[in-house]
Design a binder for this molecule. Sequence first.
Ligand code: ADP
Ligand code: SF4
Ligand code: MG
Length: 348
Amino acid sequence: MSAVLLQVTDLSVSFPTDAGRARAIEGVSFVLHEGETVGIVGESGSGKSMTAMAIMGLLPKNAVVTGSIRFRGTELLGMSDAALREIRGKDIAVVFQDALTALNPVMRVGDQLIEAVRVHRPESSAAERRARAVELLDIVGIPSPELRVDRFPHEFSGGMRQRVMIAMSIANEPDLLIADEPTTALDVTVQAQVLEVLREVQRRTGSTVLLITHDLGVVAGTADRVMVMYAGGLVETADVDPLFYETAHPYTAGLLASLPRIDRRASREDRLYQIAGQPPVATAWPDGCRFAPRCAHAVAGLCDVVVPPAVPVVAVASGVEADAAGAAPGIHTAACVRVGEWQKEAVL
Ligand SMILES: Nc1ncnc2c1ncn2[C@@H]1O[C@H](COP(=O)(O)OP(=O)(O)O)[C@@H](O)[C@H]1O
Ligand code: SF4
Ligand SMILES: [Mg+2]
């Protein structure tokens, strides 16, 4: 297996708020290896962006962070702003959802790309930087890149702007590319094209991609591995196939059931399944399993008592005590005390 690029251990992020302490993420552990594409999936507010921000060192100043984030063995938490800036954009880069606000509207696209290259490669010549800008636009599939390089962001469509953002983020061949809801603002056809661009970038650069989305359908065709997040924690982690075919957490099952499926003909009676209730808020997580108030398989006195740790699925099913292995290739974990039991109950 390829080398470990990023190791996140027991990561927690909280904020003081008027409504009390918001425990945005708690006890998140996972490993990313070189060249992998890993998805983080979960509803809005589950802590996906906070996880990305913590890795980027871009959390708000009032955030309290504990745990460890090691990038190629070097601890990022507690690193100076200057050292983090050096890593950001060069070794770790991010693509956000909103490409229009992230690009400078009064600066030509090419000049923005050239600037990104110049910051980390000051020794390069002006001609080299321009050639690199054109090459980057070509990599992300922008037609006539040598002409488009001199255009302004408003001359690009939404999907093309998101391609430009991806080009910016890979300008310095980062080892880790974090894409936070990169397709959410786009229509379905353009979404598919942008995901294809991400796959192509991954193939050509070999970088590790962390793909954040609220849509399990988006990761199905893109990621090698998926981490499902609910109420600030990872509730299930697995390679893509086991996640879909040997689902171990009721929340994942709910997400899967609410996916539109082309093999099911839609009729008026056949409305899409929706998980009952609303996600809880970070200032008032429920006791025990945080999914319990919405879980059709919850057992009172069991599920609402202790927070289930994420443990390897086979170990849970056979009743063996296991340490939380954290999310890693080939390992299937679930944070549910009823794994092996709930699947026997037909309630969806
Ligand atoms: N600046 C902040 N201060 C306090 N709480 C915050 C702040 N930003 C986000 N949160 C809380 O952190 C939790 C996780 O948010 P986020 O990571 O943005 O979710 P996601 O990206 O999955 O939609 C949410 O409950 C949100 O309310
Ligand atoms: S621990 Fe209980 S409430 Fe939580 S997901 Fe499992 S069955 Fe549902
Ligand atoms: Mg988010």
